[in-house]
Write a protein that binds this ligand. Structure first.
Ligand code: SF4
Length: 299
């Protein structure tokens, strides 16, 4: 599996970096996995967190690096500490022993080969929880295909519909074709959602969209696409907690909070289309204090 790192093409950037021999590509990740935090996490959708929490492992580095990233300390500043595959397997087992509902791999794409090795080790030691692949959606479909048998629940963002917006916000002018092909592959693998007796998802796809200020029409395109492509065979989470971070104070319109009238219009669109499996949020846009603090230290 590790030979995938010799000419890394794990994500659509396709840098070709020889990560086994000290080189790095756009994401900044090398041979060794770095994580910023591993802990029970209670702030995902109810079918993921439940009351026991989701066993979240936040990986350092990112293949997308959005200008508005709310976790920029780990995505762009690469905050985190190194772990071997052996240690990562132990982290998964520890989260299971603490009662987690699942193993939630947050921004895992650039470490997929190492994660597969760690999951094999952990399964051999009794890991039985569903595995959640919590991704930006900027994925190669063939990379998703290689995860078959490792992942039970895909939780991708669908960040942008327009490649123009994706180019401006993430330097990813090929986001649309990649996210849509990846979503098809994710759904092909999992099929319709399955829940346990407590309403915790065991299998399926949950697509998330964080609404951006000034981009309601992009959101509307995404809602229409998800509805027409998948109907109620996937879950959709419409998120309102966009938080303008300090370093984009001059960047219109991303330097504003989300106008809740735009959010309500998007909720109305979901209702008009008759979408039933939709998570919506109450309350106003979040402040920066809602962003978890990542120290990059081992807990
Ligand atoms: S995972 Fe990183 S190194 Fe590999 S192709 Fe993507 S950005 Fe480049």
């Amino acid at each position: 599996m590790m030979d995938e790192l010799t000419q890394c093409r794990l994500c659509p950037r396709q840098c070709g970096a020889d990560r086994l021999n000290g080189k790095t590509g756009f994401c900044g990740a090398g041979r060794t996995v770095h994580i910023a935090r591993a802990a029970l996490h209670f702030w995902e959708e109810p079918c993921i967190s439940g009351s026991a929490g989701s066993g979240a492992v936040f990986f350092s580095n990112c293949t997308l690096k959005c200008v508005f990233c709310q976790n920029y300390k780990i995505s762009a500043d690469n905050l985190g500490y190194p772990v071997t595959e052996e240690e990562l397997a132990e982290i998964f087992i520890d989260l299971q022993s603490r009662g987690a509902n699942n193993i939630n791999l947050v921004t895992p794409t650039h470490f997929a080969p190492q994660i597969k090795v760690a999951l094999d080790m952990a399964r051999g030691r009794g890991l039985s929880l569903p595995v959640v692949y919590n991704t930006s959606g900027y994925e190669r479909a063939e990379a998703i295909r290689s995860l078959k048998g490792y992942v039970d629940i895909y939780m991708p963002d669908f960040k942008y519909y327009s490649n123009d917006v994706a180019g401006i916000c993430s330097g990813a002018g090929d986001y649309h074709e990649n996210v849509t092909a990846a979503l098809d592959e994710m759904y092909n693998q999992t099929g319709r959602p399955v829940f346990d007796e407590n309403g915790i998802m065991q299998k399926g796809v949950l697509i998330r969209h964080l609404m951006l200020p000034g981009h309601l029409s992009d959101t509307a395109h995404i809602i229409n696409y998800v509805h027409s492509r998948f109907g109620d065979n996937v879950y959709f989470s419409l998120m309102s907690q966009y938080t303008p971070v300090r370093h984009i104070a001059e960047l219109e319109p991303l330097n504003h909070k989300l106008d809740m009238r735009a959010y309500n219009a998007a909720v109305d669109l979901c209702a008009r289309l008759g979408m039933e499996n939709v998570f919506i949020q109450d309350g106003g846009a979040a402040s920066e204090s809602f962003i978890p603090e990542f120290t990059g230290e081992k807990k």
